[in-house]
Design a binder for this molecule. Structure first.
Ligand code: ATP
Length: 285
């Protein structure tokens, strides 16, 4: 096998609870990840140069060592003394720095893709250890599951056996939001902390959409809004248009709505002016 093409999906956080700050500087989280149909496509091809070359159709994605896929490939090539080179082509559909973990998903796709291309024989548990070295959101994408509970800094994954398929509209304003900046603005309020995961989970399992929409929660919302107060309008616009609920994903600025069905999602998307936002209809994958 000389090349391999893999799909690299985005995630939403249906719940993102921040439980506290840890001595190592990370925050302790409890989150429900949902894998969604919006995906990048990654092709891995052997080359004889001995170097890693990255190409990407998105102008804001770095094509050198800052790219998480470069770091993923370097980790494996170093540990397994791989001397041949690699061309990585990324077709980006997932908005960048948007709270959708596009870079993390790309890194996971490269870890599992190279495990096959280079026939490394790594188990999923071993791949998950590499994932944790690359970033907190990488591990989730190594599990073949639509939904998972994430704890620790998000890297401890428990797949959830939930069959419900959700329809969303996802809007991303055309501005980037960097995760460390958002966490720096976070004011932790640890008293009377609601267990949003256990509030939402029974509704998700039953596919009970109205209470599910009411249980969507993201503790980073005040921090996101302190950077961009105007983004509250995105949520409001969804609710005014008849969405069941709306919530920021991750550290924003993407906002997703929960729709009743695919046609409902299509009608909600029509409310957004594509000059200012990227808007798409997505479903659980
Ligand atoms: P994070 O929570 O890490 O900020 P995010 O989902 O909000 O993630 P990403 O699309 O992963 O955002 O991009 C975050 C930053 O990571 C970007 O500004 C970009 O420079 C860098 N980056 C590195 N590798 C990639 C990649 N393969 N795809 C997209 N961005 C990448």
């Amino acid at each position: 096998m000389d090349s391999l093409t893999v799909r690299s999906p985005a995630k939403l956080n249906l719940v993102l609870d921040v439980l506290g700050k840890r001595p190592d500087g990370y925050h302790e989280l409890r989150t429900i990840f949902e894998r969604i149909s919006l995906s990048d496509q990654i092709t891995l091809a052997r080359n004889r140069s001995g170097k890693i070359h990255i190409r990407c159709n998105h102008p804001h994605v770095p094509c050198g060592p800052q790219n998480l896929v470069y770091q993923a490939a370097k980790l494996l090539s170093g540990d397994f003394s791989i001397s041949e080179g690699l061309n990585i082509n990324i077709i980006k559909n997932i908005p960048v720095a948007a709270g959708l973990a596009g870079g993390s998903s790309n890194a996971a796709a490269v870890l599992s893709g190279l495990n096959r291309l280079w026939q490394l024989g790594l188990s999923n548990a071993q791949l998950v250890k590499y994932a944790a070295r690359l970033g907190s959101d990488v591990a989730f994408f190594l599990y073949n599951t639509a939904y998972a509970l994430g704890t620790g800094r998000g890297e401890i994954i428990k797949p959830l056996n939930v069959k419900t398929k959700l329809w969303h509209v996802l809007v991303t304003p055309r501005v980037k939001m960097h995760t460390p900046e958002v966490f720096a603005r976070l004011k932790l309020n640890l008293t009377n902390k609601r267990d949003n995961v256990n509030i939402l989970l029974p509704f998700l399992r039953k596919g009970d959409l109205v209470p599910l929409a009411g249980a969507l929660a993201n503790d980073l919302e005040p921090a996101i809004l302190s950077l961009r107060p105007d983004f509250i309008k995105l949520k409001k616009k969804f609710i005014d248009a008849g969405a069941l609920g709306a919530c920021f994903s991750g550290s924003g600025p993407s906002v997703f709505a929960l729709a009743e069905s695919q046609p409902h999602a299509v009608s909600l998307r029509a409310q957004f002016d594509r000059r200012y936002t990227q808007a798409s209809v997505v479903s659980t994958l």
